[in-house]
Design a protein around this ligand. Sequence first.
Ligand code: KIV
Ligand code: ZN
Length: 516
Amino acid sequence: MSQQDRLVIFDTTMRDGEQSPGASMTKDEKVRIGKALEKMRVDVIEAGFAAASPGDFDAIEAVAQAVKESTVCRLARAVDHDIERAAASLAKAERARIHTFIATSPIHMQYKLRMQPDQVVEQAIYAVKKARSFVEDVEFSCEDAGRSENDFLCRIIEAAIDAGARTINIPDTVGYAIPEEFGEKIRTLIERIPNSDKAIFSVHCHNDLGLAVANSLAAVANGARQVECTINGLGERAGNAALEEIVMGARTRHDLFNIETGIDTTHIVPTSRLVSSITGFPVQPNKAIVGANAFAHESGIHQDGVLKHRETYEIMKAEDVGWGANKMVMGKHSGRAAFRSRLEELGVTFESDSALNSAFARFKELADKKHEIFDEDLQALVSDTIADEAPDTFRLITLESRSATGETPVTELVLSRSGEEFRSRSEGSGPVDAALKAIEAVVESGANLLLYSVNSITQGTDSQGEVTVRLEKGGRIVNGMGADTDIVVASAKAYIHALNLLYNSQQRQHPQSDGV
Ligand code: KIV
Ligand code: ZN
């Protein structure tokens, strides 16, 4: 297939997606997402910004070692330190890319970088050459290209390609562009830059006006051959272009785009669920492709049409994007070997036998309460086990809640931290409120509760409830998740998980927060 017929899918869920407030991911979680993206056959996986914190460096290194088929990429500002850190974190990758960037819009150059355009061009050339001294595969991005002047873009991009950049990314950093205008911009750049045939043109669109996917597809129609996107459209502020929408847009309207992605679309829904459960960002029911209602035909007229001839109202098949792929995988008679092997297929490996044993014990407990166990149940169970085993964390030991019509609900619980147990009892407007108050009575975090939501993980009244709790303290935002067949327990777990993140996770540096 020629380069012209192929659309490269670049996933930045673990970098730009992670820049959503509260969406930070641990090393293990990044490895699980990385394996899922690889299985989906994503071409390039941006695993993070290694200068953000030492934890981020380790996470990128772990993804670089775990992923073999996809290229693993790391973002670096156009400075020595970032590029060296990028190269070091990718040293063990089978295929590595360094993605370096500098802002090119008048407003960013003047106020953020405080640099003259000539200096910006020099810095870009320097950064690309430096990155090329470590890896062959170098991508260069013109931050805020959507608001940059085309003449300046032509100049800096030509220089970056001469310096060795093999992919040129045109981000609409602030989500300002309109499809026709953005498509025109991409066509103009490709036509005007004399060496444009030596690089793949890429786009990276933000969704501030709800146009990220439309802008990306307009760019593809005008010659872009890489799209940067995220699972569920996660990302800074209103998010990035959603991977599932880009891939299914290009595929469903092949008549128009005449282009192929390498994506195995049947992994879309399971990966969407995995990302949602790890980050604590629920997927809205009416979200295209991956929302619970995306293929549900409520009205009688539609149902009648679909039953007579599916294409009357369906432009895609639910099974093509992985709906219904989640079979009942295990039950109470499944053994340890089957449990371990299914989790390995989901990208989860255990560092020790004791970690495997503890997850297996939880599985058995769950299988006693719920006789069909699905992949989503296993994912939630692993998240819970990993969260509980981190050192120096709060853990829920026992919980008892009482509520009856006409009586004030009460929750009593026992929490532990570093082996010390604390008992607490509280009343509340409901059992969940009482449970969270009982936890606060011990921890006294004083954090603000920004969000509390419950979703059922699978179908049926015996399903586990998955609770998301978003807490804010001192400007830091974290999302905690907890799952259980009892939603009071799930809520307590989610609240405790959020507290653990608040107390234990590192402060991270934002790649776009300051200049070079
Ligand atoms: O939005 C943006 O401009 C970015 C770049 C760093 C690629 O995320
Ligand atoms: Zn971005």
